[in-house]
Ligand binder design. Structure first.
Ligand code: DON
Length: 310
């Protein structure tokens, strides 16, 4: 066993036995029913070596982690014009907060809070049909992960459509400011299907590899985004990827990371690895309790940090 495999195995064993696992999200009913004892971790190095632990091959709802992939696609479509419609500042507010939208006149703080991700989805929709956008997103993540087994969980999407009153409020509020171009129903339909992407830790880490390798997918050698864009997406993940918990995550883990209410986190150790962890129980802010702890353990033992050149 290499030392990294040993570290991953130790983390999986510690997390399997951890007593304080947080609480699964309940506002999207199927997420509430996921087994809280699950824990998975996948670390994929630049040369493609995979280190897997626990439930690394069990698909889960990636939810807000999808916002990294939609942002990447939207930047590819409209380039920096995207920033006319959404900001790049941490919000310091909950992921589904509406408070800043009023004073900031329908321009969300960043692309990772729900309001910002709705704007990004609106950009991707353009004049397309929702199913075309979801098809493009699926093709994109399947190609990045080199895995055609990635799917959308329609039960999760449908449930969120029924219970997603806050997102409906955000979308209508922005439509009231004229900052949304598509009809609210089309937009919400697209957004909930994007969030309902089901991926395993192994698939998610594989799909994130371009962000650890200056925008190049190390598996194919093909450029996904420019080096500058990869750096900037990482910067946004670092500053905004955990919402009002982003400062704490930077302090504890020191890597760009994006969380989802399904309990997943995608983290990037530039030059070293793409990492995905999953445990359904969330902390008070809505980020994976054990996922965060697992990443903290990983960086303690590897020394990986964007604040340290080693
Ligand atoms: O819009 C929502 O509320 C969910 N589909 C996604 C939220 C989410 O994952 C927040 N992340 N921690």
């Amino acid at each position: 066993m290499t030392s990294l495999s040993r570290i991953v195995a130790d983390i999986a064993a510690e997390m399997a036995a951890a007593p304080d696992r947080g609480t699964p999200a309940s506002y999207i009913p199927p997420l509430r029913d996921v087994d809280p004892t699950r824990f998975g971790i996948a670390v994929i190095e630049a040369d493609g070596t995979q280190h897997l632990g626990g439930d690394a091959d069990v698909p889960f709802s990636i939810q807000s982690i999808s916002k990294v992939f939609t942002l990447t696609l939207a930047l590819g479509t409209v380039g920096d014009q995207l920033w006319n419609r959404v900001g790049r500042e941490p919000s310091g507010s909950a992921f589904n907060s509406i408070v800043q939208l009023e004073t900031e006149r329908g321009i969300p703080r960043n692309p990772f809070i729900n309001a910002g991700a709705l704007v990004v989805a609106d950009i991707l929709l353009g004049n397309h049909e929702p199913r075309e956008v979801i098809g493009e997103l699926l093709r994109f993540v399947r190609e990045l992960a080199d895995d055609d087994g990635i799917t959308v969980d329609h039960v999760v999407a449908q449930a969120e459509l029924t219970t997603g009153h806050r997102n409906a409020a955000l979308a209508h509020f922005m439509a009231g400011f004229g900052t949304i171009e598509n009809g609210v129903d089309r937009l919400l339909g697209t957004y909930v299907h994007q969030c309902a992407l089901a991926m395993s830790c192994r698939q998610l880490a594989a799909a994130g590899r371009f962000l650890m390798a200056r925008g190049i997918n190390p598996a194919t050698g093909r450029s996904v985004v420019s080096p500058q864009r990869a750096r900037r997406i990482n910067a946004l993940m670092m500053t905004c990827g955990h919402y009002d918990g982003s400062g704490e995550f930077a302090y504890r883990v020191g890597l760009p990371g994006k969380s989802g209410v399904g309990g997943g986190i995608l983290a990037i150790a530039p030059g070293h690895a793409a990492i995905a962890v999953w445990s359904p129980g969330l902390n008070a802010i809505g980020n994976s309790q054990l996922g965060t702890l697992a990443l903290e353990r990983l960086v303690q033992r590897t020394g990986w940090s964007v604040f340290d050149p080693t």
